[in-house]
Design a protein around this ligand. Structure first.
Ligand SMILES: [Zn+2]
Length: 245
C-alpha cells in the first residue's frame, strides 16, 4: 500500500504543486491492497459503493480535506471517515497533480475523448491545456462536446468567430478564462461558469463552454487507477456516482 502511494507521488510529481488540500494517502486502511475502486469524489455514496465492491483502496480526484477546513471530524465528514476506517479502506486523493498529468490527468484524458491535443500549456501552475481546434464554430464544438459527455453544456458564444485554437481546463477553472484569452484561445472549455465570464466572453469575443464540473473530471481518476492496477497486478473498477453539478 505504501508502495502504491510512493509510486503515485513520483508519477504525478506531487511535490511540484501548490494545492488546496493534501495529495496522496488521506485515510490509512489495511496494509495490503488487492482491489482498487476509482471515482471522482470521496462522497459517502462512493465510499459505500467501494465497500460493497470489496475495495481495499479508493482513488479519487476530490478527497476529504480542503483549505479552510478546521480539522474537526464531525457530521457528514465524520461519517465518511468512520465508514472508510471501519472497513479498512485506504483513501488516496490527487487534486491538481491529477488535473495536470500529461497522459493520465483529467485535462489530457478529456482532450483525448474530444479529439483535442494540447501543444502548449497556460495559466497558473500550467494547468490549462491549449491546442489547434478541429475546425468549425463554437456551436458545432458545443454539439460535439454534448455528444461525448452526454450532457448539454452552457455556451457563451463570443463573437461567432471560427475556432482555430481551443483551450480547456477541467472542473472549476472558470478563473482561467482570462489566461486562456491571453494565450490565444478562440474557445475555452471548463466545468463551471460564474457571472463575470459572460461579460468577458462578450467583450473579448472568445467563446466559453461550461460542461459540468463532474462531467469534465470523470476520466483522470480511472485512467490513473487503471495504470496503477496494471503496474502492481491489482483489480480495478471505476464507479461513477452521478452528479449534475
Ligand atoms: Zn474538481
Amino acid at each position: 500500500m505504501s508502495e502504491v502511494g510512493a509510486y503515485l507521488e513520483r508519477l504525478l510529481a506531487v511535490g511540484e504543486f501548490r494545492d488546496y488540500g493534501p495529495n496522496g494517502l488521506q485515510v490509512e486502511g489495511r496494509s495490503s491492497v488487492r482491489r482498487i475502486v476509482s471515482g471522482v469524489t470521496a462522497s459517502l455514496a462512493l465510499i459505500d459503493a467501494a465497500i460493497d465492491a470489496g475495495a481495499d483502496a479508493l482513488i479519487v480526484h476530490h478527497g476529504l480535506f480542503w483549505r479552510g477546513h478546521d480539522g474537526r471530524l464531525t457530521g457528514w465528514l465524520a461519517e465518511r471517515v468512520r465508514r472508510l476506517m471501519g472497513h479498512g479502506v485506504n483513501l488516496f486523493a490527487y487534486h491538481l497533480p491529477l488535473d495536470a498529468h500529461p497522459e493520465l490527468g483529467n485535462n489530457a484524458q478529456l482532450g483525448a475523448r474530444l479529439g483535442w491535443r494540447a501543444d502548449a500549456r497556460f495559466g497558473e501552475q500550467d494547468l490549462g491545456f491549449i491546442g489547434d481546434a478541429p475546425g468549425g464554430g463554437a456551436p458545432a464544438l458545443a454539439r460535439h462536446v454534448a455528444q461525448v459527455l452526454g450532457r448539454e453544456p452552457l455556451l457563451l458564444p463570443g463573437d461567432g468567430r471560427a475556432v482555430r485554437r481551443v483551450a480547456w481546463c477541467t472542473g472549476g477553472a472558470q478563473g482561467y478564462f482570462e489566461a486562456a484569452v491571453a494565450a490565444g484561445a478562440d474557445l475555452f472549455l471548463t466545468g463551471e461558469v460564474s457571472e463575470p465570464q459572460a461579460h468577458v466572453a462578450r467583450e473579448t469575443g472568445v467563446a466559453f463552454l461550461a460542461c459540468g464540473h463532474h462531467a469534465t473530471e470523470r476520466y483522470g481518476a480511472p485512467a490513473l487507477a487503471a495504470h496503477v492496477a496494471e503496474r502492481f497486478g491489482l483489480e480495478h473498477r471505476f464507479i461513477d456516482i452521478d452528479n449534475p453539478a
